[in-house]
Design a binder for this molecule. Sequence first.
Ligand SMILES: Cc1cc2nc3c(=O)[nH]c(=O)nc-3n(C[C@H](O)[C@H](O)[C@H](O)COP(=O)(O)O)c2cc1C
Length: 188
Amino acid sequence: MDTVQRAIRERRSVTRVADTPVERARLNALIEAALWAPNHKLTLPWRFVVVSGDARDALGDAHADARRRLDPGLTPEGALAQRALTRRAPHIIVCAVRHPGDDPVARREDRDAVSAGIQNMLLAAHADGLGAVWRTGPFVDEPEVRAHLGCGPGEEIVGFVYVGLPDGDAPPAPPRPATADVAEWRDG
Ligand SMILES: Cc1cc2nc3c(=O)[nH]c(=O)nc-3n(C[C@H](O)[C@H](O)[C@H](O)COP(=O)(O)O)c2cc1C
């Protein structure tokens, strides 16, 4: 099996990582990989925010604020638990798409490009021995989180990529269907 096919199959969503910082150059290489994704009309629709150290708590606070508004019965312990979720990895690369216009086709294509960029990022992390998982969660579109990350009008958060050094074995691969179950072949 060739290198690319092997990397695609061996990459896993790694949720258990050590709280050890990763060198900035390695994180930067992940963002560079994202920039090589296909992008119709080369609109460069992406924006990234790398959240590390105590900045994770500020992002966690924004999540907790959103949750508190949606669930006024949330206990202080519940809010703290929500906030702590951003400490599940030493770094979170926030991947956003910027939509300059209202054209629905361009908006879809731009978001698709950012998603493709995230997959590049995950594969690059895997190739570099890093553990990474693409997370979204229920608050990705909530105003508290958007404002905290400086999202402008029309901008969307496509993913939070949690990155760190793997802590333990990679999780087993969830099964994938056989191509015969999902692909139709039309010849001639
Ligand atoms: C758009 C998107 C959102 C995701 N959000 C989460 C998430 O919030 N939490 C999580 O643990 N995994 C999340 N995942 C990762 C999937 O759960 C994971 O890809 C799936 O279980 C298959 O595992 P694998 O990536 O190891 O093949 C997300 C994946 C995608 C594409």
